[in-house]
Write a new protein. Sequence first.
Length: 140
Amino acid sequence: MDKFEVCIRAVIRWREKILVCHHKEKNYYFFPGGHVNFGESVKGAILREFKEELGISVKKFSFIGAMENIYIEESVKHHEFNLVFSLKVKKFNKQSREDHINFFLFNINRFSREKVLPIALKKAILRWLKDKKTFWTSQI
């Protein structure tokens, strides 16, 4: 069965580093966030996901861009739209509250070298960190 998904993703910076997520059974990193549930607002998804995953409260968020992506995982084709936000948090924490994921802080040099997926989103965020211009990108 093919899946169509709307996701929120976040750029969280802490002391000149970027927070990334890592699934313990995968060999890549990705941006923290998750799915917007049916009937849920994007704001609600942002507040819920970061409370669930990290136990943090979001102080402020701003839209920075969007990307579309198609990928296959466990023989299921996923078509996702990612709404990307810059987040400010009340108190920083990188300790995961979920057993299957970990969080890491990378400086910009390490971030640019690591396998962070989707690649098009990583590139767009690297550009955004320099020019702060809202972006649209696609990996289709």
